[in-house]
Each structure stands twice: as C-alpha cells, then as structure tokens.
Design a protein around this ligand. Structure first.
Ligand SMILES: [Zn+2]
Ligand SMILES: [Zn+2]
Length: 566
C-alpha cells in the first residue's frame, strides 16, 4: 500500500464517522492522520511503529497503519462499513456530496439507495431540503447519470491486468495451440468493458478441456446461457468486466483475430482499387490466410497496427507512413510533467531523477504545482527559488542526466498564469493546466485556454479538458480552435498518460499532427512508480497514429534543451 492508499483509508474512516455523527475530535484524528500520511516524505510501509510515532503519529494510529499494511483494513473501518448501507456508502463517492450532506439524505430523508436519491432529485424533494437547493440537486442528478453510464466499464490499466491474468494462465496449457488477446484490449481502448481472446486448440482436443479449465480458474464465473461450443463467455468475480474466449479452426485463425480485434467500421472498408478485389476487409477476412498481412494485401493495403483499427484515420495514415513510424515506449528519451515532494508528489527530485534514469530516460522535467494550488502544496516564489537551487546542484551531481526546471502552472479563472513575469522567465518549461473552477461553458473554457496558450511563457498545454475517465466528464472545449492556437504560438500539447486522464483524447492526434504541433506523452507522475504510467499514454497515442517524429519527448536532451529556448 502506498502512502496515498493508506491516507484514503483514513479519510474514508473520517467520512464514515462523520456520517454516523461521531465526536468531531475523533473524526479529526483520522482526517489528520490522512493529511500527515499524504505529506510524509518517507514510505510508511518501510517504517517501524517506533519510527511512525517519532514522526508524530499516535500509537493508536500507527497501529491502524500497521493493520492496513497487513490486512488491508482495521477494526473501526470494518465496523463502520458493516453499519453503513451499501447505497449510502456509494453516495460518499458522488462528487459534491460530503459526509454531512449524505447524513441528511440518509437520516432525514431516509434514502438508502442511489436509485431513490436520483428519484428525490427528480421529484423536487431534495432541493427543498435544507442545505441543498436546486443547483446542488441538479449536479447530483448529473453525477448519478454519469456514473450509471460507466457501469461495467474499467480503465485500460485495470483491464490489462485482468487480460494478462487470463493470458498467462492459458498460454502454457497443453491443449492450446495458439492464443492472442483481441478486442478492446488489443485496440488499446482507454475504457474497456469486455476482455476477449481468440484461440486455436491443439489437434485432438475439444473445447471441453478448455471449458473445464476455465470453470476451475479462480476469479471468473461461467455464463452458460450466452456461451456456445466455440465461445466461452463469463465475468470476473471481483470486478465488473466481461470475458470472452473465441475458438476457431487453425486455417481461420488470422481472419478471426482480425475480425475480433477491429471495429465494424474498420472492417467495412473497401478499396475500390481496380488492381485488387473490390471487396470489404470483412469479406476477404473469411478466405483462408497465413497471416493478417496477407488479408490486408488482398485489399491492397499494408498491415494496420491493432490499436489503429478504429475506422477513422488509419487508411490515410497507412498510405503515408509505415508501421515502424508509430511511436513505441522505447522511443521516449525523456519524461515531461512530474511532481516531487515540493508539491504533492511522494518522492524527492533526486529519487524521481534516478528512477527516470533507471527507466532509460536521459532527462526529467520537474513540474510541481504553482502557488494557487494550495490543496497540492503549490510553490510560492521563495520555494521556487529553493527548488531551482536544488535542481542546479543535482544537475552537477547526476550529469549527463539533466533535470529541467519546470512548473505546472494553474491557469487562473481569467486565463492568466500563476506567477509574475520575473518568476515565469526563470522556468525552462511552463506547463499550463486548469485545476479549479471546472464547471464552464465551451465558450468560457475555450477562451480561458486560448489566453493561456497565447501567454509567451507557456510551452505545453497540460491535460486540455480536465476529464477523469469514469469519474468526471471534462469541461467542453473547441478542440480545433485550441489546437490551431497551439500551432500559432509554438505550444506543445500533452497526452496525459495517467490512466484516469488520457487527455488530449487520442481522436484529436491526427488533427494535431496535421497542424504540425508537438505532442508529448506525460506521465504526470506523483511518485517514482507513477513514471511507469507513460506506457498507457503511448498505447492510447498509438490508436491515434502518433508518429515518433511528432513526439516531443523523443528528442535527445540537447534537442529538447534547444526546444525549451525556442
Ligand atoms: Zn494537473
Ligand atoms: Zn500534474
């Protein structure tokens, strides 16, 4: 468990205590522990109880930290969870509903399910309740509608874990001749509801062996009603996610894999090229073939990489480029947009630099939060100076590895950046991002971003829409206007690689490349572990056909340095 996860458990306990109207001092001892854990420079899991007490944790709270590390919970949290109806517990997850409001809903309105809460937003009873009002009721209704739409879906990083689990269990079984992931996982979809595979069994085996094996495998359940001898369907037990395993004959394997890993609009493509079959990809996929390349050849095309089989820009892309031009993780030479303990990160600048180096990078942009981000311990001018000094010393020590002085500057409500000109001048990389007042019309949001893009100190636009996948829709923006402005002002756009964000959305990569702007893959790492999130950004960028030559952090350290001065 990371410090952040530990802190979340204490925060939750605090909320539950508040929900049950417990003594405010007791509530504060838990929320205070959460804050202390968040601000801790050391990794709690590596400390002894004595060390925790020396760092200011009470004996009682340090025992609970130990219990969390060992058992994933502690007694009070378990008891509170049991005493709280599931629906009420879920209400705590609705944005804008703190424990106090949930308590009113539960105790005064006697509502215990999300469904009944939604009803109360529609029939007017919630807005008449003291402390709510029309606007709050509307927001809650929108949130519930949004959350309902996300049911049964998972983010890419979670889905990949479950896909790997199935693949690692199946691939070494005697009865399997061939197996490959397919579907949404193979296409690197940011949001996934079904994990699917295509497999061929070894001669002499029937689907019975496979079905028996799957029925005995931990963590999944068989959906007999919707399965057939050539299709095993089921679900995962601990997570809302479906699983499908398609069986096929050896000679049909490549066609089946192609069909199962492409969208329908990709499959419906036909060339109308007189030298080739005037047939759709779907039609030719049913002919025997020894590879997927062969199937694409039949309609006069080169092989299309799996992530790009979306039915959007791939056919144009493959005419102009080769598969080897597509960005891969190992092409990245530096990591941009990273936090340290100066703001809300968990590791020191030096630890971040060493971890980036170990991942094969030759430079790191540290971009902590700016002064308005008080919730994230943003840096005032004095602490910026202090950080620059530390970076200069580390650059001496770690050369040729290079740390760049960056900042993730809040874009304030009026579109201005968060420091005076003198301070802004001193940064090598200013990433401008919106973190507050997210409820905006498209016009307002676009204007706010445009002003930040036009600021001569802005080098990179951070997570352009502020979306949190499966949790919060981004504010609406006019993507074309924003991308055009970035082109005019020599501002790069990040593809934030945190699997919650993946923002800029991949569908806009093609347009951004047409406008010749730089895109960068940014992990937005808040710990050394977070640096590895870069992989999700790369995977999703591949969907949009992001080329190596259009990716800012494929530049060498010297090239990147001269870009910072451009
Ligand atoms: Zn940010
Ligand atoms: Zn950030």
């Amino acid at each position: 468990m990371t410090n952040k996860q530990l802190a979340q458990a204490f925060k939750l306990t605090g909320s539950l205590l508040e929900l049950h109207d417990e003594n405010p001092f007791k509530v504060r001892s838990y929320t205070g522990t959460a804050t202390r854990l968040e601000n801790l420079n050391e990794i709690a899991a590596q400390l002894s109880q004595k060390q925790l007490v020396e760092l200011g944790f009470s004996k009682n709270m340090s025992e609970k930290i130990f219990s969390l590390l060992e058992n994933g919970s502690f007694k009070e949290l378990d008891e509170l969870t049991v005493q709280t109806p599931t629906g009420v517990f879920e209400m705590l997850g609705i944005k804008g509903l703190g424990a106090k409001k949930v308590r009113v809903i539960w105790q005064e309105l006697e509502i215990e399910t999300i469904k009944d809460l939604y009803e109360a937003t529609q029939n007017g009873s919630l807005e008449k309740t003291k402390g709510f009002g029309k606007k709050t009721a509307e927001n809650i209704a929108n949130q519930i509608e949004f959350l309902e739409k996300q049911e049964g879906k998972q983010r890419i990083n979670i889905a990949f874990q479950y896909s790997d689990y199935i693949l690692s269990n199946l691939s070494n079984q005697d009865f399997i001749e061939k197996i490959s992931a397919a579907g949404q996982v193979k296409r690197h979809e940011p949001i996934i509801d079904t994990i699917s595979f295509v497999s061929v069994l070894k001669e002499g085996n029937t689907s019975r062996e496979l079905f028996q094996f799957l029925n005995n495998l931990d963590g999944i359940s068989f959906d007999a009603k919707n399965s057939s001898p050539f299709l095993w369907k089921g679900t995962f037990d601990e997570i809302d996610l479906k699983l499908e395993i398609h069986l096929t004959e050896k000679e049909n394997y490549y066609g089946k894999l192609l069909r199962e890993s492409s969208t329908l609009s990709h499959l419906n493509y036909s060339t109308n090229n007189p030298n080739h079959l005037d047939a759709s990809l779907l039609a030719v996929s049913y002919q025997n073939a020894n590879s997927e390349e062969e199937i694409y050849q039949k309609i006069g095309s080169k092989f299309i990489p799996y992530p790009q089989r979306n039915g959007l820009h791939e056919w144009k892309w493959i005419k102009e480029n080769n598969q080897s031009d597509l960005l891969e993780l190992q092409d990245l030479k530096g990591t941009i947009h990273n936090h340290s303990t100066y703001s809300d990160g968990q590791n020191s600048i030096e630890q971040m630099a060493l971890a980036a180096k170990a991942l094969g990078h030759s430079y790191l942009v540290i971009s902590d939060h700016s002064q308005s981000a008080f919730y994230a311990n943003g840096l005032n001018k004095e602490r910026v100076q202090q950080q620059w000094k530390e970076i200069e010393e580390l650059n001496q020590k770690l050369a040729p590895f290079r740390i760049f002085k960056g900042i993730e500057s809040d874009i304030l409500n009026d579109g201005s950046l968060d420091y005076d000109e003198n301070t802004l001048k001193g940064f090598e990389v200013v990433i401008a991002s919106v973190h507050s007042v997210l409820g905006m019309s498209e016009e307002k949001a676009t204007e706010r971003l445009l002003k930040a893009i036009q600021n001569p100190y802005t080098k990179i636009l951070g997570h352009p829409t502020g979306r949190l996948l499966l949790r919060r829709e981004g504010y609406p923006i006019d993507h074309k206007k924003i991308i055009d402005a970035c082109a005019e002002n020599n501002v790069a756009i990040e593809i934030n690689a945190n699997p919650h964000r993946l923002d800029l959305d991949w569908k806009w990569i093609d347009y951004a490349m047409q406008k010749s702007i730089w895109l960068c893959i940014s992990p937005d790492a808040h710990s050394t572990e977070g640096l590895k999130d870069t992989q999700w950004g790369v995977r999703v960028a591949q969907k949009g056909g992001l080329l190596k030559k259009k990716t800012l952090n494929t530049l060498s350290v010297e090239e990147f340095e001269s870009w910072t001065k451009s």
